[in-house]
Design a protein around this ligand. Structure first.
Ligand code: 15L
Length: 272
């Protein structure tokens, strides 16, 4: 599949572009910055919040006879910001891509959603947090991710686009805190997840939790498994290296961990 990967220069992007290429996909990159040294991919430089720049990428690919077939949308600021900045970074970028997809007949978008879309969900007494939980963002970052999922759902209903939001937990080479023993997403599982979401037959609009097969997981993995995402790694392998800290209790009480704390309370709008 010829896949446009946005945010290709980022930490997830660098792993996913290589991994999808290894799995036989033809990766085309888009990022605000030029290709990092050593990366040899068809590379477009532009901002996904700029609808004209996004449309130009789809048009350029089509005119070269290499039309895009799917999008993996990773671009976006991976942390808290003002409400307008969060909406621009996550929601507007998603909408710009979807408009270009409709124009060019591209049928699938796999989105780097985030657990922070439901970050204010408390840990259940027993059982796992379902993907059917109501949107419950913990930050303006989470609001931007919820709104992006709403746009995906709208375009799935209106235009029949297959749109999968992978609500990523804690992506990294290894877990670094007690919370991450539950929420970690390994590099290899991240590639497995995006590959499954790209190739699952007719998912329509779907949501899954992007975590590894962690012994201490409490977010439901069944929605991902239904799309063919079978995680293989387990954060428990690293547990002996993780020291406990006083913050662990609050961090493990809500989906969003540290993002629920008062440290993140701030006005929605920056004033001059
Ligand atoms: C995310 O979505 C963020 O991008 C990242 O900075 C971490 O906060 C991660 O979630 C997490 O919850 O560990």
């Amino acid at each position: 599949m010829r896949v446009l990967v946005t945010g290709a220069a980022g930490s997830i992007g660098q792993v996913v572009t290589v991994g999808l290429g290894d799995r036989g996909h033809e990766v085309v990159a888009l990022d605000r910055v030029p290709a990092p040294d050593g990366i040899d991919l068809p590379w477009h430089t532009g901002d996904c919040a700029d609808a004209d720049a996004v449309a130009a990428v789809f048009a350029a690919q089509a005119s070269e006879g290499r039309p895009l077939e799917a999008v993996v949308h990773l671009a976006g600021h991976p942390g808290e910001a003002s409400l307008p900045d969060s909406l621009a970074s996550h929601t507007v970028t998603t909408a710009a891509l979807l408009d270009a997809m409709v124009e060019h007949g591209v049928r699938r978008l796999v989105y780097a959603g985030s657990n922070h879309a439901v970050g204010r969900t408390p840990r259940p007494r027993d059982g796992d947090v379902s993907v059917d939980e109501r949107p419950r963002p913990d930050t303006f970052y989470g609001v931007g991710k919820v709104a992006a999922e709403a746009v995906l759902s709208l375009y799935a209903d209106r235009y029949g686009i297959d749109a999968v939001s992978c609500r990523i937990g804690s992506f990294g080479p290894e877990p670094t805190s007690v919370r991450q023993l539950s929420t970690w997403l390994s590099h290899d599982d991240c590639v497995r997840m995006f590959d499954a979401a790209l190739t699952a037959p007719a998912p329509g609009y779907a949501v899954l939790y992007g975590i590894s097969r962690n012994t201490r997981a409490w977010w439901d993995l069944d929605a991902g498994r239904a799309l063919g995402y079978e995680p293989q790694d387990d954060a428990e392998t690293f547990s002996s290296r993780i020291a406990s800290r006083p913050e662990d209790e609050v961090e493990t009480s809500f989906v969003g961990g540290p993002f629920v704390t008062e440290e993140f309370f701030r006005p929605a709008l920056d004033r001059s």
